[in-house]
Design a protein around this ligand. Structure first.
Ligand SMILES: *Cc1c(COP(=O)(O)O)cnc(C)c1O
Length: 426
């Protein structure tokens, strides 16, 4: 077992025990139970710092795409570090407010904003609506006009570049539901600029997720800058350019560029094209939190079979949906390597949920016995925020670690919470 994890430098083995910062995960699992999500605050701030270094001396706003992990204490870390937030629902806006975030630094993305969500966001005074369709433009204009307000907008453009990632997380291709077609952009800006309830402030794109190459970003940037030139030549000023999120992380030897290195290349292009002083926005999600978290789970049963051995753990697809949704890979490692309790065997690591799709890892070589605990690595993004109550399973607890200090930031969901809003028919 390697003593360190290249993608997760804030997790390491010391005295044969897996630690997050200065806390042993086994101790946390005993204290708080399993399944348990554990996050490193230093890992989040270090991921953010790479972007901050990249943008040093620029006019730039980092808006954490909170759908990656919208736990209040996680939002609080980023709010205190000066981040804005990219939201996709009224519920996420309420979370930003509850976490003490600055609503003027909130941008509202998403293809299906309701009128009620638009009103809430306008009342709150968010920074910008990232509008995703021509019909949404008209509805937002109507809602804002009725309130006697002008909604600040940016139009999400679909630059039609291939981010070279999993089809379910690619968003900037023609066949995707997101954004306005590149060819329609000027006409849509002209329409929006003429409406009394809207104020054009920016342009944005977001081409996909878990992107590990620089080229898709460079291509999208060229297309965006071409559009800005065209739109501005028609007398419509674009104050900010938002390049979305999408930067990948190392799950399994993936080698995405570091955020500062990526931005050094992108800023060179912006400078070369004369946009270096423009206000920039970005919406990173996964790259800020994905490798800041793990999910600790206990081995319940080993079930040897003729074709497969199963290692059944107490976390499941309702806690860790990415393998079932995108065949995603999470490394799975033991918490304690001091005295392996069993010989090495190859297992499919699965949860208790009654679905064949409920698997967490396939063909993993592990030395485990019932009662042992393992960590599902790289579980900070798109795990807890996608967790469900399927099979009437309460959602896991969450702990935020800072050095030697571990704070329970979400209590384990009790069964009574699960049906508190339901009623029997009288
Ligand atoms: C999901 C999303 C992001 C964040 O994507 P990551 O891959 O997590 O960085 C940013 N912007 C928009 C509009 C999104 O939908």
């Amino acid at each position: 077992m390697p003593a360190t994890f290249p993608g997760q430098p804030f997790f390491h083995y010391a005295h044969e025990q897996l630690h997050v910062e200065d806390c042993a995960l086994n101790t946390l699992a005993e204290q708080f139970g399993t399944p348990l999500f554990v996050y490193s605050k230093a890992a989040m701030l270090s991921a953010l710092a790479a972007y901050q270094r990249g943008f040093a001396g620029r006019k730039a706003q980092i808006c954490y795409a909170m759908k990656a992990n919208s736990t209040l204490a996680v939002l609080q870390v980023f709010a205190r570090a000066g981040c804005g937030f990219d939201i996709v629902s009224g519920g996420e806006l309420a979370r930003v407010i509850a976490a003490g975030g600055d609503v003027t630094k909130v941008i509202f993305s998403g293809v299906g904003k309701t009128r009620a969500e638009m009103r809430l966001a306008l009342e709150t005074g968010i920074g910008c609506f990232n509008v995703e369709s021509e019909s949404e433009i008209d509805v937002l204009n109507e809602v804002a006009t009725a309130m006697g307000l002008r909604a600040p907008i940016s139009i999400r453009v679909n630059p039609n570049v291939d981010p070279k990632t999993h089809p379910y997380i690619s968003t900037g291709l023609k066949g995707n539901k997101f954004g306005i077609a590149h060819e329609r952009t000027l006409a849509v800006y002209q329409h929006a600029a003429a409406l009394p309830g809207l104020k054009v402030v920016g342009i944005d794109c977001h081409i996909g997720s878990q992107i590990t190459e620089v080229n898709p970003y460079l291509d999208a940037m060229d297309r965006m800058l071409d559009l800005v030139e065209t739109i501005e030549s028609h007398g419509i000023a674009i104050e900010h350019i938002d390049f979305g999120g999408g930067l990948g992380i190392d799950y399994q030897g993936d080698t995405p560029p570091q955020a500062d290195a990526l931005w050094a290349q992108l800023l060179a292009k912006l400078d070369a094209r004369g946009f270096g002083q423009r206000k920039l926005m970005i919406e990173p999600g996964r790259s800020l939190v994905g490798n800041a978290g793990v999910c600790v789970t206990e081995v319940l049963y080993l079930k040897p079979g003729e074709q497969k051995n199963f290692c059944i753990v107490d976390a499941a697809m309702n806690d860790l949906p990415r393998p079932a949704m995108y065949q995603a890979f999470h490394a799975i490692v033991p918490l304690d390597t001091s005295a392996p309790s069993a010989p090495t065997a190859l297992y499919d690591v699965v949860g208790p949920v009654c679905e064949s799709g409920d698997w967490i890892g396939r063909d993993r070589s592990l030395q485990v016995a019932p009662g042992d605990k393992v960590a599902v690595m790289s579980a900070g993004a798109y795990c807890m925020s996608m967790a469900s109550n399927y099979n009437a399973r309460g959602r896991a607890a969450e702990v935020l670690v800072e050095g030697t200090k571990a704070s329970l930031v979400r209590a384990r969901e009790a069964v009574s919470d699960l049906f508190a809003s339901e009623s029997l028919v009288g």
